[in-house]
Design a binder for this molecule. Structure first.
Ligand code: P6P
Length: 334
């Protein structure tokens, strides 16, 4: 029995369900083609000469990897000519990239972290691409201000995971689907038509080396899960930390879990490590569409009103029962 391809899925979402417009379908086909090209570069690594540092820093002051730059370029060049976008914003660019005058401008804004998990690239651990689609407000220049929309305004969110398989996970606002890249034909094949996160979990993901900087609510939650069956939770837990948000999120989407990169006291100017607009918001949209929850500890991430393109945000997301417990601990601590 032949499996459904991404193209057929998107045609049905547009024609039969009226869930997306023709231009949004074009955008998704273009992004899916771009992440195939990124997957090829990631897969070649040293052979393609794309490992190591690029010798430049991004707006976050982080050393860019060659593959960060390559992936960013692939997404820009793939999307600029199609007429579906007004502008693009990326972790790797200080300011938005407005569609050049030589091309028609469209109604959508595309945001992305072109290669999430850069620290893992040179050691051959899974990395990914995260993207989000917003509507460009009418009648304003597609500058930074146009991108400052709450996560509830997202039309589409998705990620690609470059692991043992290359997987594309998407939400159009009506559930979460995943596709696996069939490298032989270069096609995306539907492999999960309805991803759901289990409400309960025994698996948590956090970078425990930061524990001395955490809020009391996080320390309480982690102390309890480490105490296991002898502690207040009365059962043992397991820990995983990939170092690529895409890898951790895909695991918890697949078998449950809670992922936390909370606010910590290391640098009060940085309320967390992860960026709101092109990491936390797209992942939160996907997680909520799969029946999970996503919070700053004090409120829904998707309801945060952005003030800056590259602002950071604390992230606690995954199996709803565990996220609710952490939020309760924040409330009790207050
Ligand atoms: P740490 C990767 O750089 C990233 O932005 C996320 O993908 C990942 O979850 C996190 O940072 C890892 O941070 O502090 O453990 O290196």
């Amino acid at each position: 029995m032949s499996r459904m391809t991404l193209t057929q899925y998107l045609i049905e979402q547009q024609r039969d369900l009226n869930q997306i417009t023709g231009n949004l379908r074009l955008l998704l086909e273009v992004v899916a083609r771009a992440v195939k090209a990124i997957s090829v570069n990631v897969g070649k690594g040293a052979i393609a000469g794309v490992l190591g540092e690029a010798g430049t820093d991004n707006v976050q002051g982080e050393a860019q990897k060659r593959l960060d730059v390559v992936a960013n370029e692939i997404l820009l060049l793939s999307n600029e000519w199609g007429g579906h976008l007004a502008a693009m914003a990326s972790e790797e660019m200080p300011l938005p990239y407005a569609i050049p005058n030589r091309y028609p401008r469209g109604e959508y804004l595309l945001l992305f972290d072109p290669l999430d998990g850069s620290s893992n690239i040179d050691v051959n651990i899974s990395v990914g691409t995260i993207f989000s689609v917003l509507h460009c407000p009418e009648g304003i220049e597609p500058n930074e201000k146009a991108f400052l929309q709450a996560g509830t305004q997202q039309l589409v969110a998705g990620y690609a995971l470059y692991g043992p398989q290359t997987i594309l996970v998407l939400t159009l606002g009506n559930g979460v689907v995943s596709f696996t890249l069939d490298r032989e034909f270069g096609t995306w094949v539907l492999t999960n038509p309805a991803m759901r996160i289990p409400e309960e979990t025994r698996e948590y993901a956090i970078n425990a080396s930061n524990s001395r900087f955490w809020d009391p609510a996080i320390r309480r939650y982690i102390d309890e899960v480490i105490a296991g069956r002898e502690g207040p939770r009365g059962r043992d837990f397991n820990m995983r930390w990939v170092g690529s948000m895409v890898g951790d999120v895909h695991r918890l989407l697949t078998r449950g879990g809670i992922f936390m990169y909370p606010r910590d006291k290391r640098d009060p100017s940085k309320p967390g490590r992860l960026r709101l607009l092109y990491e936390a918001n797209p992942m939160s949209f996907i997680i909520e569409q799969a029946g999970g929850a996503s919070s700053t500890g004090h409120g829904r991430i998707l309801e945060v009103e952005p003030t800056e393109l590259h602002q950071r945000i604390p992230v606690i997301l995954g199996s709803s029962r565990e996220v609710e417990r952490v939020v309760r601990y924040y409330t009790e601590a207050a």
